[in-house]
Design a protein around this ligand. Structure first.
Ligand code: 5GP
Ligand code: ZN
Length: 117
C-alpha cells in the first residue's frame, strides 16, 4: 500500500494517529471531520496515498468506485440519506484542498446552499 511519510491521513490509516474511525475496511476508512461544517461532516479516506484527482487514476477505478459505495453506506448509517447530503472532493488551492491525500467529504444534517461559496 502506497504511504507518504508525514501525511496525516496515511498515519490515521496505519493506526498511528487516533482518528475515531466510524467505518473501515481493507481499502478505506471514514472519520468525523475535526472542524465540521455541518451537523454531519465525515471524510472517506482511501488507505492508499493518492494526492488528488489530478493524479493519473486509470489503475484505481475499482478503488474510486468502492469509495462511492462507502459514501452511500455511511450516509444510510448516519440517517442522512433521506433528507439528503452532499459529497465534495476539493482539488488544489482554489477549491480549498488543505490535505493532499484524496478524501471525500460527506456533509449533511442541514440544508445546504447551492452554489457553494
Ligand atoms: P480539504 O480542505 O483538504 O478538502 O479537507 C481536509 C479536511 O480535513 C478539513 O475539513 C479539516 O477540517 C480536516 N482535518 C484536518 N486535520 C484533521 C485531523 O487531524 N482530524 C480530522 N478528523 N480531520 C482533520
Ligand atoms: Zn497520505
Amino acid at each position: 500500500m502506497r504511504k507518504m511519510p508525514g501525511c496525516i491521513f496515511c498515519q490515521m490509516a496505519a493506526g498511528k494517529k487516533p482518528a475515531g474511525v466510524l467505518y473501515e475496511d481493507d481499502q478505506c476508512l471514514v472519520i468525523r471531520d475535526i472542524n465540521p461544517k455541518a451537523p454531519v461532516h465525515l471524510l472517506v479516506i482511501p488507505r492508499k496515498h493518492i494526492t488528488s484527482l489530478n493524479e493519473d487514476l486509470e489503475n484505481d477505478t475499482a478503488l474510486l468506485g468502492h469509495l462511492m459505495t462507502v459514501v452511500g453506506r455511511v450516509a444510510r448509517e448516519q440517517g442522512i440519506d433521506g433528507a439528503g447530503y452532499r459529497t465534495v472532493i476539493n482539488t488544489n488551492a482554489e477549491a480549498g484542498q488543505t490535505i493532499f491525500h484524496l478524501h471525500i467529504h460527506i456533509l449533511g444534517g442541514r440544508a445546504l446552499r447551492w452554489p457553494p461559496g
